[in-house]
Design a protein around this ligand. Structure first.
Ligand code: 3HC
Length: 314
C-alpha cells in the first residue's frame, strides 16, 4: 500500500517539475495509468498503419508511394518505441498486445474509418497527424521520462507526416474540379472523427484529472482540441478548403474559434467496436499476430539456447 508520506513526496516531485524515471518510487495508480495510456497509444500507432497501408500499392506516383511507405514505416517505429517505453513499467509486451487483440484494451477511434480515395491519405497526414502533433507535443513534456522521450522522437517524424499531407492536399485543392471534389469530400468525412481523437469532453473524462495532477498530461482534452481547431481553421482557409461545420465562428471575446457539437454517440459506438472498420482492423491485426507466432517462438527458443550456451561457457 502506498503510504501518505510517499504519496506526498511524490506529488512534491511532480509539482517541482521533476521527471520520474523507471527505477524511481511511484504510486501503483500512476504506474497503472501510464501502462493504460502508453500501451493504447502504441496500439493506435500499429493499427494506424492499416488505413494508410491500403494505398501504398495505389499511390499516384513513385514519389507519393515512397513518401507513404516512409510514413507507414515511421508509424511502426512509433508503436515499438511506445511498447518499449511501456515495458520500463514492468509490463509484458505480449500481454499488452493480446489485451487489445483479444481483450478490452483500446486504440484510437480514428483508425476505424475507411480510406476511400487517395485524398484520404492527404487528409490523414494533415488532420490526423496534425491532431497527433498537438497531443504528442504536450506528451513530450510528460512527467514520466521514457514516455516524454518517446514522444519527443515521435514528434520529429510527425511534423514530416503532417507537412507531406498538407502539401498533397494543397495540390489537390488547386487541381482539377474532380481533385477538388475528392479533397473536400475527404475533409468532410475526417473532420469530426479527428476532433474525437482528443477524447471526450473534460466533464466526461474519468482519467484526465488524475493524469493532470501527476503531469502525465499537462493539458485537458478540450484545451488540446480547441488549440487544434484554432490552427486548422487558418490552414484550411489558406488552401481553399472548407470545414464541414456551419457553427464554426470566431469568438472575439475568447480569441478562439467556436465550433459545433461533436457526435458523441458515434464516438462511443466506434470506441465500443461498432465503427465502420473495427472488425476489419481487428481481423487483419489478429491474422498478422497469429501468422507471426512461429517467429516469436523461434526467437525465444534461440535466446533460450544462447543463454544455456553462455551459461555452460562461463
Ligand atoms: N479512441 C479510443 N478510445 C478513447 C479515445 C479515442 N479517441 N479517447 C478516449 N478514449 C477512451 C480512453 O482510453 C478511456 O478509456 P479507458 O479508461 O478504458 O482507457 C475513455 O475513453 C475515457 O477517456 P479519458 O479522456 O478519460 O481518457 P484519457 O485521459 O486517457 O484521454 C486520450 C484519452 C486523449 C486518447 C489520451 O489517452 C492520450 O492522449 N493518449 C496518448 C495519445 C494517443 O493515444 N493518441 C492516439 C492516436 S496515435 C496517432 O494519432 C498516431 C499518429 O502517428 C497518426
Amino acid at each position: 500500500m502506498d503510504t501518505q508520506q510517499q504519496l506526498d513526496e511524490f506529488q512534491k516531485r511532480i509539482d517541482n517539475g521533476e521527471t520520474i524515471e523507471p527505477k524511481d518510487w511511484m504510486p501503483e495508480r500512476y504506474r497503472k495509468q501510464l501502462i493504460r495510456m502508453m500501451s493504447q497509444h502504441a496500439h493506435s500507432e500499429i493499427v494506424g498503419m492499416l488505413p494508410e497501408g491500403n494505398w501504398i500499392t495505389r499511390a499516384p506516383s513513385l514519389k507519393r508511394k515512397m513518401v507513404l511507405l516512409a510514413k507507414v514505416q515511421d508509424e511502426a517505429g512509433h508503436g515499438l518505441y511506445l511498447y518499449s517505453a511501456t515495458e520500463t513499467l514492468g509490463a509484458e509486451r505480449r500481454e499488452l498486445v493480446e489485451d487489445y487483440l483479444y481483450g478490452n484494451a483500446k486504440y484510437s477511434s480514428i483508425f476505424n474509418y475507411p480510406t476511400l480515395t487517395y485524398a484520404d491519405i492527404c487528409v490523414i497526414g494533415w488532420l490526423v497527424d496534425g491532431a497527433a502533433i498537438v497531443n504528442q507535443t504536450m506528451l513530450a513534456k510528460s512527467s514520466y521520462g521514457p514516455y516524454a522521450r518517446a514522444n519527443l522522437r515521435i514528434c520529429k517524424e510527425e511534423s514530416f507526416h503532417k507537412k507531406q499531407g498538407y502539401e498533397m492536399l494543397a495540390k489537390m485543392a488547386d487541381g482539377t474540379p474532380e481533385q477538388q471534389r475528392m479533397a473536400q469530400d475527404a475533409v468532410n468525412r475526417w473532420w469530426w472523427p479527428t476532433l474525437m481523437m482528443f477524447g471526450p469532453h473534460d466533464s466526461d473524462s474519468p482519467n484526465s484529472a488524475e493524469l493532470i495532477k501527476w503531469a502525465v498530461k499537462t493539458k485537458t482534452n478540450d484545451e488540446l482540441r480547441q488549440h487544434f481547431v484554432d490552427r486548422m481553421v487558418m490552414e484550411a482557409e489558406a488552401i481553399g478548403i472548407s470545414l464541414p461545420d456551419p457553427n464554426l465562428k470566431y469568438n472575439e471575446e475568447t480569441g478562439h474559434w467556436d465550433f459545433g457539437d461533436i457526435p458523441w454517440d458515434e464516438f462511443w459506438s466506434v470506441v465500443k467496436g461498432d465503427g465502420p472498420m473495427n472488425r476489419e482492423r481487428m481481423r487483419a491485426r489478429r491474422k498478422a499476430y497469429e501468422d507471426g507466432e512461429w517467429v516469436r517462438e523461434a526467437a525465444m527458443e534461440y535466446a533460450r539456447k544462447k543463454k544455456l550456451r553462455e551459461g555452460k561457457a562461463s
